[in-house]
Design a protein around this ligand. Structure first.
Ligand code: ATP
Ligand code: LTN
Length: 329
């Protein structure tokens, strides 16, 4: 029997952080053993907010190397850069024509990112159309499951909607995908603000722990992480900052957050944070060691090979799509 397929991606828009790892990459590593897996570096998505060209190429390479260091095995999974497979942009255009603008303006991510612009008229069309490109990524490969963090759920719902609409209008073409979101790690919050998710593009470095941060920096960031005003370690919605730190501690140790809270209930925040920092440093150490051993040459080969394999699949699907729409191929 054919294996089911998974597809997911991360934007090379900054340094990968613990939220990206616990929300997404950690699951990919397990899933690649049982699923036909495709992992993308979505540079076309990253440029929906301004990027410096030199910095962007550096980040694309860095994300690819981190995929490998984290344990994505190019022998099992396809790893590739989105812009090297033209069919993503091509399918996006076709899906554009069946998408309602009202479905795009109501996206939380669009609302958050466009709110940073001075006025609506200056928001780029790329930012608005972002979810259509994501739908193209997913539908192009007959994806069954999309392993992501919770913030992507709305985009996957739109992907399903567009897939169904196309199938109805032009005949059965696309597999309708489901999200794969694990409870643990699905939404890691910022260390400087427990009400917003940890994010690559948050302005303060104290928002996140990057996967490549040194032990000193990790410790400094955790010790500075905001905690709630009342003392006492407990796992509760009334203490969102502490809850987030306990969730992180739990995700990297596999102990429940309640169990960890009970261990520290008679201690102060300082001791708890020191132990958490040590646990995070130990957790990231093997990834960092592998990262430093992977050569640029290896990354280049993996990406060349990945693009060629992805392109083959994408071309077959695009032929089918264009034929269904009445284009001469
Ligand atoms: P940006 O700030 O540039 O939008 P990001 O840090 O939010 O980037 P993405 O590239 O948008 O990261 O997301 C990559 C993957 O990581 C997605 O599956 C997303 O759901 C997941 N993810 C991102 N941030 C978090 C988080 N704080 N907690 C859990 N999962 C997350
Ligand atoms: N929008 C996603 C990144 C992304 C993605 C995808 C995730 C682009 N295309 C396809 C899963 C499947 C985000 O994480 N911000």
């Amino acid at each position: 029997m054919n294996k089911q397929r998974i597809f997911s991606g991360i934007q090379p828009s900054g340094n990968l952080h613990l939220g990206n790892y616990l929300g997404a990459v950690k699951n990919w590593i397990k899933l690649q053993n049982d699923y036909d897996s495709i992992f993308c570096i979505v540079d076309l998505h990253a440029i929906t907010v301004p990027q410096t060209p030199q910095e962007l190429s550096k980040k694309i390479f860095e994300v690819a190397k981190l995929y490998l260091a984290a344990g994505i095995d190019p022998g099992k999974s396809i790893i590739f850069v989105q812009s090297r497979v033209n069919e993503h942009a091509e399918l996006m255009w076709l899906l554009n024509t069946i998408t309602k603008t009202s479905d795009l303006t109501k996206m939380t991510q669009f609302k958050d990112k466009s709110a940073k612009e001075a006025n609506f008229e200056s928001v780029s069309a790329g930012l608005l159309n972002y979810p259509i490109l994501m739908a193209a990524d997913i539908l192009l490969y007959d994806t069954n499951l999309v392993p992501v963090g919770e913030d992507q759920l709305q985009h996957i719902e739109l992907t399903r909607k567009l897939g169904r609409k196309f199938n109805q209008q032009f005949g059965e073409t696309f597999v309708i995908p489901e999200e794969f979101i694990r409870k643990e790690g699905k939404r890691i919050m910022g260390l400087d603000n427990p009400l917003d998710k940890m994010s690559k593009s948050a302005s303060s470095e104290y928002n996140r722990i990057n996967l490549l941060d040194s032990p000193e920096i990790i410790t400094k960031k955790i010790m500075k992480a905001i905690t709630d005003s009342e003392q006492g370690i407990e796992y509760s919605d009334q203490k969102p900052a502490l809850k987030n730190l306990l969730n992180i501690f739990s995700s990297i140790t596999n102990l429940t957050p309640e169990k960890i809270a009970s261990t520290y209930k008679d201690n102060g925040y300082k001791e708890f944070k020191e132990d958490l920092a040590e646990a995070v440093v130990d957790y990231l150490k093997p990834i960092q060691e592998r990262y430093n051993k992977i050569s640029d040459e290896t990354v280049k080969k993996v990406l060349d090979n990945g693009a060629a394999r992805a392109r083959k699949l994408a071309q077959i699907k695009m032929k089918e799509v264009k034929k269904k729409m009445g284009m001469i191929i």
